[in-house]
Design a protein around this ligand. Structure first.
Ligand code: HEM
Length: 410
């Protein structure tokens, strides 16, 4: 018999399920035991350590610059001159461009006025796969031969892999050319995966597609909730603005390192994820061993559901649990909440591999947006509630006014 921490550290005994039912075997979600462990060990490198993510600061900032240009364009087009409608859609484009530029080491045009045809087909395939994944999860297997949902689901996946494979093959060719001409091979994540020799190309295709999918709705919806919460809380917004302008005294673009001097910014994202943990529940199956937790004995093959939403709204840990209070996370001498009260990225060896990338994108984007604009709610939208659609999404379209701030002499 083993205690749970032993089992968790011995990753090969641990199965997990998460957002959506993958039908391909090459991805982390579907892998278990030794196979998962090997793949994860390669993927962790250059992604998981806080200092690893710093190297993507410039790439992410370039995407944010284009996102800000798009925000200006959308404001200009709006009847009031400052409204951005259907922010979910805009943030989706931002997140997809961000994660694609990290993983493929190239831009795919999501923030252009006209999205390139291939990219649009890729976006449509993602939507198709997600739409039919609910049918796949809920309907018994025999129905797959009689109803069209299964083929549509597979077609969605094929579109995703077609695009991913093309991007990866292009990178592989570029690397090969450099190798053939004795030039140094320089690059970031994909170059590392392809040239490390530790992964088959099949694994690279699968893993990159998976990282890409996991990295879009999660960050885009969290950004949406953060902007929505700030728009309703002018005082928190002002505190954040003051903090950001104190660190960035001129028009400079913040570096990834400078975010470390912005504790309130980090607290805003932490508090947003406490109120709206974008992955509200995830499960793990202790496959091989019996475990004892406290006084309780759990036999082999027990499924554990981590209900992030429920635990992070526990008023014993978070007084006034429904209130947006970023300051509760500050390390300024106050009693801070139990760190296990909110673990939106999971915990341990199987925790979110994209955490550092997600935080980097959200911190840099929020710092730059708040420096330029004051966010105000659109009164026609009213209160927004959360719906569970694999991730926590708003129950309606969210529009926000992006009121440009007056430039002050500093
Ligand atoms: C706000 C942003 C995000 C949140 C809240 C989030 C949350 C989570 C959670 C709760 C898990 C399950 C962890 C567990 O079982 O303990 C997970 C797994 C995972 N996440 Fe994220 N995630 C986010 C962004 C990202 C991004 C940007 C990527 C890709 C770059 C990503 C890639 C993954 C992958 C591949 C796994 C599976 C890991 C494995 O099975 O070993 N996530 N995430």
């Amino acid at each position: 018999m083993q205690r749970i921490h032993d089992s968790v550290d011995r990753a090969p005994g641990l199965k997990r399920h998460w957002l959506w039912p993958f039908h391909r075997e090459t991805v982390l979600f579907n892998r278990e035991g030794e196979k998962w462990y090997k793949l994860r060990a390669v993927l962790n490198k250059r992604m998981l350590h806080p200092k690893d993510s710093l190297q993507y600061g410039d790439v992410v900032n370039a995407v944010i610059t284009d996102f800000i240009k798009r925000i200006y364009y959308l404001r200009e087009m709006s009847p009031t001159g400052d409204l951005v409608s259907n922010l979910t859609n805009e943030l989706y484009r931002f997140s997809l461009e961000g994660i694609a530029s990290i993983l493929f080491e190239t831009r795919i045009g999501c923030l252009e006025k006209e999205i390139p045809v291939e990219t649009q087909e890729f976006i449509n395939s993602i939507a198709q796969m997600f739409t039919y994944s609910m049918h796949v999860a809920l309907l018994p297997n025999w129905t797959r031969n009689y109803f069209p949902f299964w083929q549509k689901y597979i077609d969605g996946w094929d579109g995703i892999f077609k695009f991913g494979t093309k991007m990866i093959d292009m990178k592989m060719e570029a690397i090969q050319k450099r190798v053939d001409t004795n030039q140094e091979v320089a690059g970031e994540y994909l170059t590392y995966l392809l040239s490390s020799g530790k992964m088959s190309s099949k694994d690279v295709y699968g893993s990159v597609s998976e990282l890409l999918l996991a990295g879009v709705d999660t960050t885009s919806n969290t950004m949406l909730w953060a902007l929505y919460l700030l728009s309703k809380d002018p005082a928190a917004q002002e505190t954040l603005y003051q903090e950001v302008t104190k660190v960035l005294k001129d028009d400079r673009i913040p570096t990834a390192e400078e975010v470390n001097s912005m504790p309130f910014l980090k607290a805003v994202i932490k508090e947003t994820l406490r109120l709206y943990p974008v992955v509200p529940v995830n499960s793990r199956l202790i496959a091989e061993t019996e475990v004892v937790i406290g006084e309780y004995f759990f036999p082999k093959k027990t499924t554990f559901n981590l209900c992030h939403y429920a635990i992070s709204h526990d008023e014993k840990v978070f007084p006034e649990p429904q209130k947006f209070k970023p300051e509760r996370w500050l390390r300024d001498g106050r009693t801070r909440p139990n760190p296990f009260g909110s673990i939106p990225f999971g915990f341990g060896v199987r925790a979110c591999v994209g955490r550092r990338i997600a935080e980097l994108e959200m911190h840099l984007a929020l710092a730059r947006l708040i420096k330029l604009f004051e966010m105000r709610p659109d009164p026609t939208v009213g209160e927004v509630k959360a719906n569970f659609r694999s991730v926590l999404v708003p129950n309606k379209k969210v529009n926000l006014h992006f009121v440009e701030r007056q430039k002050t002499e500093t």
